[in-house]
Design a protein around this ligand. Sequence first.
Ligand code: ACO
Ligand code: ZN
Length: 180
Amino acid sequence: MPKNCLIVLGLMGLDLDSRNYFLIRGASEEDLLAVMNINRVCLPENYTYSFFETILKSFPKSFLVAEVNGKIAGYIMCRVERIFSKFQRFKIVKAGHVISIAVLPEYRRIGIAASIMKNAMKILRDEYGCSEIFLEVRISNTPAINLYEKLGFIKVDRIKGYYMDGEDAYLMARELTFLE
Ligand code: ACO
Ligand code: ZN
């Protein structure tokens, strides 16, 4: 098992080739091309290699990948920011900003995103001292909105024309006090 492995989920009985087996670990530079590929396949918001690299160097602990049989199936990358609290008026807090999360289509609906996100929330709180987490999501992205609501996020704002094509975003956030 890799040294930086966080969790392993084995849901497959004796079938080691099953897709229902994944592990979550910290990303390294060798993972970045695979991460960029997943980002391109899954989302219209894409970034340069150097952007991914900068995030990895700046906030390595909260850049996670999910591996299925040695293949990178999903990722999350976050940035730590000082922001006005989404929950307490006029208070400046440290918050984790989820820049991007995605799972390849063939590995969806087996709990990878939920698990990556739960691990990221713990790391943002315990390693980076964040008291909140937030993100933007397209108002039409029901799968992602459901995922975030299931994990305790709430919609705190709607940002008009946030995306390049004019679609609005929900700003969703959660306090990092009680984690599963
Ligand atoms: N329809 C409805 N609800 C869904 C769906 C779906 N297709 N997919 C996930 N959910 C919700 C459900 O509540 C699900 O719980 P359940 O399976 O018990 O019903 C919950 O999310 C957890 O599902 P996971 O299996 O953990 O999610 P998955 O690994 O499939 O990944 C994700 C979800 C990341 C949204 C995936 O569909 C994806 O990569 N989509 C394209 C990229 C994307 O939209 N990323 C988020 C953009 S916003 C941002 O990055 C900040
Ligand atoms: Zn953002």
